[in-house]
Design a binder for this molecule. Structure first.
Ligand code: ADP
Ligand code: ADP
Ligand code: ZN
Ligand code: ZN
Length: 782
């Protein structure tokens, strides 16, 4: 195939990545194209795994010819040919966690501009020298407060924390902060040798001794003659003393062990740094102001207020006018995407994936790039229907600047707005992977096999249903946290509750108050979207416990018994059965000079994770690597004929929440937030329990096609019918309309929200005045 000059299409031929079945598809450039299809149908494999990956590969080749060899190793996407492909920029949600020092200001680069503003146009104290813009950054040596190294907080400890029970003697363990075992005994013996009474209650020791024992910076070395311990004679040795504070601080800052660090943290309180007052900056930088405030004060304002403050001082000088003009324009795009409640100093790990992606999107809008294809992953995630309009405007502007915008989306308003629709299906995994439609949205109407068509063109109002009568009420509050001020709420028990409101209105903060101690709840289960593991060593099978059973099954085979292979042999986490080249990861890391490091399949086991001997053991014709490679659906078939009821039950619950397309060994790092959440839900459903449980879910429909939403909602309603309570934070009005009770927060985000605007049945809330949710809920009720 030869592309004609000025051929306005991206033409994909023979795409076979993951489950794609030799897909041929033509998508026009310079349009907003939306990719739809049920979860696991192959949308991402086409948009990200093929189109974006190929653009990326070509980019690597062009900037670094030496990378060719490495790319070969990493693997190019499985596709015959792609023509007409512009360079691509991906804004994907499945990303590794950003560092804790990154913030809204750094992601949007607003921090840089603010620093420039302070450097060039700030008000300096009389006689002070102008500072470089670096001097306004806590992340540089030039700017960081020397006391707290730019962290803004300092850790302290007190006698009360270190010695919680002063009636104990040192021998009885008065110093709770000390390490256990030999090391703790050593410190005690050193003190004994130094002449301290280790058998008197702590509170009776002289204050100056207590002070020294806990807080000294001295580290005396003495010869310890250990007392006979259980008849064993121990030699004298040189013991070094270390005060409890020193030990705790050292462990907290240096220990590689998460457990030890967490233990040390219990003996510390953290307080704002006294030198910089938490601003993280040097005093010289804090002496400079703009609009009457320091840079730290401005960075703590929500963006919408920051804009007001900057606008007020814009004409203080010509430089100020230019620099604030640029800042204001950039803040405006972020605010437009419904994120005006965020402040530049807000740390990115506290943001949701959706918020982060929209921040990146806003940043791209100002980048001035054109002629590229942007590939996005569900930009509507976390967005209230009232803000979807703004999202569409932003996508249109990216397009109007001369770019192609390819979006994987489920939100029907976004789908309807598209210039072009690529519908993938018909089902998930091996039952999907075909393009059912590529063309204008309206033409999907004629495609019978499409699950999307059923929802896109369905005008029937949902069937009337009876709302449940609550079995009781859970009283929350008064809550004063983040933007909530003395808010009280009541959550019905034995019912399905939806918590709604625009992004930043306080939904997560409110439901975060629901705790196990609250009356009436037997057990609380939070099913969030946090990853089920942060390394490729955790996967679907290990998380659900399925893998334990599978390993037992393999250990019980004839071959395994003959060879003396136990359960451990079939683990890829310990030496023995695993491939040692990759230590059971299946991948090795490839360092690319100047580029982010990436992973390539292990040269020895080719991703199998096990050594050849282990792989010789088979169960019903498959080795353990092949079993891990099965999708949940295929595994259900495979195990159905075997005598393993526990495995079958576990697989059943995964199928029930629509995860049949995932592979058992799919690494945790490859799963989206929504998938992780459904895995957690499935493992909860698997545990049969009596008694009342409250299930709390934050946006469970993220990443789900309306058809998958139906399945999931059905499961949640079954839980309520079985006597449990369900509370969901939700933007999908189809789910909200089907709830028994709605709590609507708002009216806006941040300080403009934080109130309960309406609470009642969906019918009541749909009529509530002043609620931004009401009109959308009314529409969904038909
Ligand atoms: P969608 O985006 O429509 O939800 P995906 O493109 O993510 O679907 O997945 C399509 C199929 O490819 C699924 O069966 C999925 O399990 C499989 N798949 C996804 N990622 C990988 C991977 N890294 N390796 C192998 N298979 C994968
Ligand atoms: P929603 O769930 O409705 O999107 P949140 O409860 O997450 O809203 O946020 C409510 C307000 O609290 C917002 O102004 C948000 O910026 C703020 N907020 C939320 N989490 C944090 C946090 N970890 N640190 C500081 N502010 C936060
Ligand atoms: Zn400081
Ligand atoms: Zn290997």
């Amino acid at each position: 195939m030869h592309s004609r000059p000025h051929d306005p299409f991206v033409r994909v031929r023979g795409a076979r990545e993951h489950n794609l079945q030799g897909v041929d598809v033509d998508i026009p450039r310079d349009v907003l194209a939306v990719f739809t299809g049920v979860s696991g149908s192959g949308k991402s494999s086409l948009a990200f795994g093929t189109i974006y990956a190929e653009a990326q590969r070509r980019y690597f080749e062009s900037v670094a010819p030496y990378a060719r060899r490495l790319i070969h190793q990493v693997g190019a996407p499985k596709v015959g040919e792609i023509t007409g492909l512009p360079p691509a920029v991906s804004l994907q949600q499945r990303r590794s966690a950003p560092t804790s020092r990154s913030s809204v200001g750094t992601v949007t680069t607003l921090s840089n501009s603010l620093r420039m503003l302070f450097s060039r146009a700030g008000t300096y104290p009389e006689g002070a020298e102008r500072l470089d813009s670096d001097a306004f950054s806590p992340n540089t040596a030039a700017g960081a407060c020397p006391e707290c190294h730019g962290l803004g907080r300092v850790h302290r400890t007190t006698e009360e924390l270190l010695v919680p029970d002063p009636s104990l003697s040192i021998r009885e363990g008065a110093v709770a902060a000390w390490p256990g075992a030999w090391q703790g005994k050593n410190l005690r013996d050193v003190l004994d040798t130094l002449g301290h009474d280790v058998d008197r209650p702590w509170r009776e020791l002289p204050p100056e001794d207590r002070e020294w024992i806990l807080f000294t910076d001295e580290q005396p070395v003495v010869t310890v003659h250990p007392v006979r311990d259980a008849g064993r004679i121990q030699r004298p040795y040189q013991g070094t003393y270390m005060s409890a504070r020193r030990y705790v601080m050292k462990t907290f800052s240096d220990s590689k062990s998460q457990t030890l660090r967490a233990k040390a943290e219990r003996f510390l309180t953290s307080a704002p740094c006294p030198a910089c007052g938490g601003s993280r900056l040097r005093p010289e930088a804090m002496a400079v102001t703009f609009a009457g405030r320091t840079i730290a004060e401005l960075a703590a304002l929500p963006l919408s207020e920051l804009a007001d403050a900057l606008a007020g001082a814009a004409d203080s000088s010509e430089t100020a006018r230019v620099l604030t003009g640029d800042l204001l324009a950039r803040i405006a795009t972020v605010t437009e995407l419904g994120l005006g409640y965020l402040s530049p100093d807000r740390a990115t790990p506290t943001l949701s994936a959706g918020e982060l992606q929209r921040l990146r999107l806003a940043t791209q809008l100002r980048s001035g790039l054109f002629g590229v294809v942007y590939v996005l992953d569900e930009p509507s995630a976390g967005l209230h229907p009232a803000d979807t309009e703004a999202l569409l405007t932003v996508l249109d502007r990216l397009k109007d600047a001369g770019n192609s915008v390819f979006v994987v989306e489920h939100h029907l308003d976004v789908v309807r707005h598209a210039d072009w629709l690529v519908d993938v299906g018909p089902q998930a995994g091996e039952h999907g992977g075909k393009v059912l439609h590529s063309g204008p949205v309206a033409e999907l109407a004629g495609v019978d096999a499409s699950a999307t068509a059923r929802f896109l063109f369905n005008d029937e109002p949902p069937a009337d249903r009876q709302v449940r009568t609550p079995q009781g009420w859970l009283k929350l509050g008064p809550v004063s946290r983040h933007n909530l001020r003395e808010v009280t709420a009541e959550v019905p028990l034995g019912a399905f509750t939806a918590v709604t409101g625009v992004s930043g209105s306080g939904k997560s903060t409110l439901v975060g108050e629901i705790t196990e101690e609250l009356a009436g709840v037997g057990r609380l289960v939070c099913v969030d979207q946090k990853p089920i593991g942060r390394t490729p060593r955790s996967n679907l099978a290990t998380y659900t416990g399925l893998f334990d059973v599978v390993r037992k099954v393999f250990a019980a085979t004839g071959t395994a018994k003959e060879r003396g292979y136990g359960v451990g042999r079939f683990s890829f986490n310990v030496a023995g059965g695993r491939c040692e080249t990759c230590q059971g990861e299946g991948f090795v890391s490839v360092e690319l000079l100047f580029l982010p490091s990436t992973y390539a399949p292990c040269p020895d086991c080719a991703g199998a994770r096990y050594n050849p001997e282990t792989l010789e053991v088979t169960y019903h014709g498959r080795n353990i690597a092949q079993v891990l490679d099965l999708t949940v659906e295929a595994a259900a078939d495979f195990f159905a004929d075997t005598d393993t009821p526990a495995v079958v039950r576990s697989l059943r619950t995964l199928l029930d929440v629509g995860l049949g397309y995932l592979r058992l060994g799919q690494p945790a790092t490859e799963l989206s937030g929504g998938e992780a959440q459904r895995i957690k839900l499935a493992s909860e459903l698997q545990r049969v329990r009596r008694g009342h449980t409250l299930y709390l879910l934050d946006e469970p429909t993220t990443g789900l096609h309306p058809a998958d939403v139906e399945v999931l909602t059905h499961r949640l309603h079954e839980l309520v019918d079985a006597g449990n309570s369900v509370v969901v934070v939700e933007h999908d009005m189809a789910v909200v309309a089907g709830a028994d009770w709605v709590i609507d927060l708002g009216p806006g985000g941040g300080d403009r929200g934080g109130l309960i605007v309406a609470a009642g049945t969906p019918a009541q809330v749909a009529r509530a005045e002043g609620s931004r949710t009401a009109p959308y809920l009314a529409r969904a009720r038909g």
